[in-house]
Design a protein around this ligand. Structure first.
Ligand code: ADP
Length: 151
């Protein structure tokens, strides 16, 4: 049976840390769907949604096993839609763990077939977060070293 995982997040922006999780995930999933959670009526993104989709698609243009979708529903529902039995998530530290533990339990409750698989961050990306990259970019700092594409 084909093993599909959803890699959900807001990806505002998508970073080398995210890219690393996807590339490592390809060792054990046949297909990974990068799911960008987005609510058009909230308009709270820093990096424009269409631009980000385009950039991420560019990163994976030679890897057909990776797809990119924008969604505005429960992650567990998105998983059902794609016949995905796995959620892929990254763990950097205990703060990530506390948060991930809760949502993983809830997703399992909402969709009993859904197993969350965690990969511990590669040490070189442990300090990379979308939040910090937004802050640096906002004040004109160069963030290209942290992103798998040019902004
Ligand atoms: P959220 O929308 O939940 O804040 P993000 O878009 O920041 O999520 O990230 C999505 C997933 O990627 C989460 O599982 C998060 O822990 C993981 N992640 C983010 N940055 C890194 C990193 N530098 N290394 C490994 N995993 C990461």
């Amino acid at each position: 049976m084909k093993k599909t995982a959803i890699f959900p997040g807001s990806f505002d922006p998508y970073t080398n840390g995210h890219h690393d999780i996807v590339m490592r995930g390809l060792d054990f999933f046949d297909e990974i769907v990068v799911g960008i959670g987005y609510n058009s009526s909230k308009k709270s993104r820093y990096f424009e949604i269409d631009k980000m989709v385009q950039k991420i698609e560019e990163v994976y243009k030679d890897i057909p096993a990776v797809k990119v979708v924008v969604y505005n529903e429960l992650t567990s529902s998105l998983a059902k839609k794609h016949n995905a039995n796995f959620l892929l998530r990254g763990l950097r530290n205990t703060t990530d763990f506390e948060y991930e533990n809760t949502i993983s339990q809830m997703n399992r409750y909402l969709n009993a077939d859904l197993e969350t698989v965690f990969l511990i961050t590669s040490p070189q990306y442990a300090a990379v977060s979308s939040t910090i990259i937004r802050e640096v970019h906002r004040y004109g700092g160069n963030v290209s070293e942290f992103l798998p594409y040019e902004v």
